[in-house]
Design a protein around this ligand. Structure first.
Ligand code: DGL
Length: 264
């Protein structure tokens, strides 16, 4: 089991931001990434559809013999993970819980903002999770759907990104939050512009980084660590678009060697 790969699932390309942190923190592990590129985005679909697609994706990874599954997609973690966890026979790590723990630790004023897709925010997963862990923390949640296409287009730092970020986030300045959870796979790419709009006194919680740390913890708790110097990394997609490789390498920060098409 130790030598098995870690399965990483996302609705599409965005989970490569989580993949980047996993590769950085766990270079000795092997990974199989599955991006449901034929059906992305999940963020504006119904919870039932997100659950159905996520179940298919996770079972695909389990057929590959993975030892642990990371649900890198915030929308799938929010809307599908609670139900799917009960069906799984291997450990599953989502992105919501690590983000919640980091936010609760970071806030000094007990005022936390959360941004994500429409589905993630509608599910209340972050809001309820924070309240459960720290009932005195006030949570301000907002969907920022336009950040996803901006990140994919590579418009992460210019005038347009600045205007969109200001429009979405300026109310947060009045609400006096001191911590903001980047609750979507794509948002770490907009870290710079979001940080500038929010100001230096607001801590940005990157759920990709927090999730990689949680995966490392689970591997040692369950004694599933692979003790090799280097692992393999393969990518499966449900559709291979002409731009995936180029955009994906920007998200991942390194080359994607081979891309396989998932059949069926
Ligand atoms: N991966 C999704 C998330 O983190 C963003 C893209 C989508 O809507 O599918 O919520």
């Amino acid at each position: 089991m130790k030598d098995g790969a870690i399965g990483v699932f996302d609705s599409g390309i965005g989970g490569l931001t989580v993949m980047k942190e996993l590769l950085r923190l766990l270079p000795g592990e092997s990974f199989v990434y599955f991006g449901d590129t034929a059906r992305v985005p999940y963020g504006n679909k119904s919870a039932e559809t997100v659950l159905k697609f996520s179940r298919e994706a996770i079972y695909f990874l389990m057929q590959k013999g993975v030892k642990l599954v990371v649900v890198a997609c915030n929308t799938a973690s929010a809307e599908a993970l609670p139900a799917l966890e009960k069906e799984m026979t291997i450990p599953v790590v989502g992105v919501i819980e690590p983000g919640i723990r980091a936010a609760v630790t970071a806030t000094k004023k007990a005022r936390v903002g959360v941004i994500g897709t429409l589905g993630t925010i509608r599910s209340g997963a972050y809001q309820n999770g924070i309240k459960q862990l720290a009932p005195d923390v006030e949570v301000f949640a907002r969907a920022c759907p336009l950040f996803v296409p901006l990140a994919e287009e590579g418009w992460v730092d210019g005038e347009v990104a600045g205007l969109v970020a200001t429009r979405y986030l300026s109310e947060y300045r009045q609400e006096g939050i001191d911590t903001l959870v980047l609750g979507c796979t794509h948002y770490p790419l907009l870290h710079g512009v979001i940080g500038r709009v929010m100001g230096n006194d607001v801590t940005l919680v990157d759920s990709a980084v927090e999730t990689a740390k949680r995966v490392a913890e689970v591997l040692s708790e369950k004694q599933l660590h692979r003790e090799e110097e280097e692992g393999n990394f393969s990518v499966y997609l449900s559709d291979i678009s002409p731009t995936f490789k180029q955009v994906g390498e920007r998200f991942l920060g390194r080359e994607i060697p081979v891309i396989h098409l998932r059949n069926g």
